[in-house]
Design a protein around this ligand. Sequence first.
Ligand code: CP
Ligand code: NVA
Length: 326
Amino acid sequence: MAANLKGRHFLKLVDFSSEEISDLLTLSAALKANKRAGVCGKALEGKNIALIFEKPSTRTRCAFVVACVDEGAHPEYLGKGDIQLGKKETVADTARVLGRYFDGIEFRGFSHETVETLAEYAGVPVWNGLTEQWHPTQILADLLTVQEAFGRLEGLSFAYVGDGRNNMANSLMVGCAKMGMDIRIVAPESLHPEAKLVRMVEAIASETGGKVTVTADVEEGVKGAHVVYTDVWASMGEEAQIADRIVTLGPYRVTVDMMEKTGRRDAIFLHCLPAFHNLETDVAREYPEIREVSDEVFEGRWSRVFDQAENRMHTIKAVMVATLGH
Ligand code: CP
Ligand code: NVA
């Protein structure tokens, strides 16, 4: 690991250089190879890690827990309702208390300001496990999965199709631009990313040789894409908008036809998960049209979604080891 990230927070990818992201991917791949070989490290031995979750999670929570235990740390889950954060105690006060007990703090929740405040006051590394604005640990897993599939990142075309202004679209734009990729946000105009963010990402891309396109046109957006990526049409906290999104985003469902429109036989499909791809969940039974990806694609030859989900663990481990490890 060339870059020294000791003591750093991991709140959003904008705060990290291309080299630092690349180093985190290299460390992730090494930790993954070690785990496959049955070798567990002691990089986090003796560390206590707080995992604060205001929202539900399968992958992020379990990835943090397993990564901690693999490297000798003790994880403590603090769910919604378990602590006073922001209710009877300010975020700054909770941060100062937790910082006295714990060596690192993960936060998943609504406002990005909360994780920034935790980082300002805790005095220990704070890691963002998803806010409304950013989901940076997810992007590391996504980039690792793309790198495993194509052997490189620079110069690859990446089409994110769906809600173009959520945490995934925001974070993928930054992450892909930092790695010199051609990132396309393919979304209806009402869900295009903020102009200010697009300008910032264009500035990043101009330095890395990357490219940013925002378009409502699916054919234009996915043409030549190595990767087609989507996310749920309504993020956690946006449940009231499901019916509207089904109408707005229906034409953006990832289908076999869309994968074929890439014109690439080797194109892959990614999704951060959880995904709606059939009718076998409670929400899908209530809203049968809520399907951002067809079952054929999700289960088909394009799909790398479970490699991607596995990579959450290796990349989160890398973030903790790089910022806190011995
Ligand atoms: N992709 C992701 O963050 O999954 P969870 O919500 O299950 O953590
Ligand atoms: N955009 C989704 C991502 C889930 C991993 C959400 O915030 O709910």
